[in-house]
Design a protein around this ligand. Structure first.
Ligand SMILES: Nc1nc2c(ncn2[C@@H]2O[C@H](COP(=O)(O)OP(=O)(O)OP(=O)(O)O)[C@@H](O)[C@H]2O)c(=O)[nH]1
Ligand SMILES: [Mg+2]
Length: 190
């Protein structure tokens, strides 16, 4: 980076571009959460399952995010690993009301954590315990326990309940993720 580039960055005149991978089982609410982060006029009511992946762009806290919204359908989950190396942060979305598939979500998380492009890096992971509005949904503590998140010791992680339809919890999560990514950049760990 040249002196002019460094100065522009130091003055905060250019937003730093970060890649974020958004994963989780199908129907967990990934696309709905990202839809909420779009400008109001660009938000849609379209809730068709994602095929392959889509890329969404949004800015927050001085960072310019490219969010890779992956399909959670089992036949597309093998695609997730192609993006691990280039990602600066992960958003893992869980349908807190889908108790029948929480163990499958845990297996997918374990595979992600043990992947060579993830396992050694201190890459921040934000968990959304989504669909908090559904009666009998697990709390964020319940989801954390079911996914055994306490075993993640070499990464910054955070879990918060969310409702992708109203946006409740979404900004809290993105606030944490943007701060965690900035910290990891400062520490040269990303
Ligand atoms: N009640 C409730 N429904 C939600 C919430 N978030 C998403 N949904 C609904 O869940 C369904 C699936 O949402 P999507 O955002 O398409 O899920 P996805 O994770 O992107 O699914 P794939 O693209 O198939 O991987 C839709 O009908 C949404 O309206 C939520 O917080 N509460
Ligand atoms: Mg989707």
């Amino acid at each position: 980076m040249g002196i002019l580039d460094s100065l522009i960055e130091w003055l905060g005149l250019r937003r730093r571009v970060v890649n974020v991978l958004v994963v989780g089982l199908d129907n967990s609410g990934k696309s709905s959460l990202l839809n909420f982060l779009r400008p109001r006029e660009a938000q849609t009511d379209d809730r068709t399952p994602t095929v392959g992946f889509n890329v969404e762009h949004f800015s927050y806290n001085g960072l310019s995010f490219s969010a890779f919204d992956m399909s959670g359908q089992s036949r597309y989950r093998t695609l997730w690993g192609n993006y691990y190396r280039s990602t600066n942060g992960i958003i893992f979305v869980i349908d807190s009301s889908d108790k029948g598939r929480i163990l499958i979500a845990r297996e997918e998380l374990q595979q992600l954590l043990s992947h060579p492009d993830i396992s050694k890096r201190n890459i921040p992971i934000l968990f959304f315990a989504n669909k908090m509005d559904i009666r009998d949904a697990l709390s964020d503590v319940g989801v954390s326990s079911a996914l055994t998140l306490e075993n993640i010791i070499n990464k910054s992680w955070y879990i918060c309940s969310s409702n992708a339809l109203t946006g409740e919890g979404v900004v809290t999560g993105i606030e944490w993720l943007s701060s965690a990514i900035k910290t990891s950049f400062e520490q040269g760990k990303n």
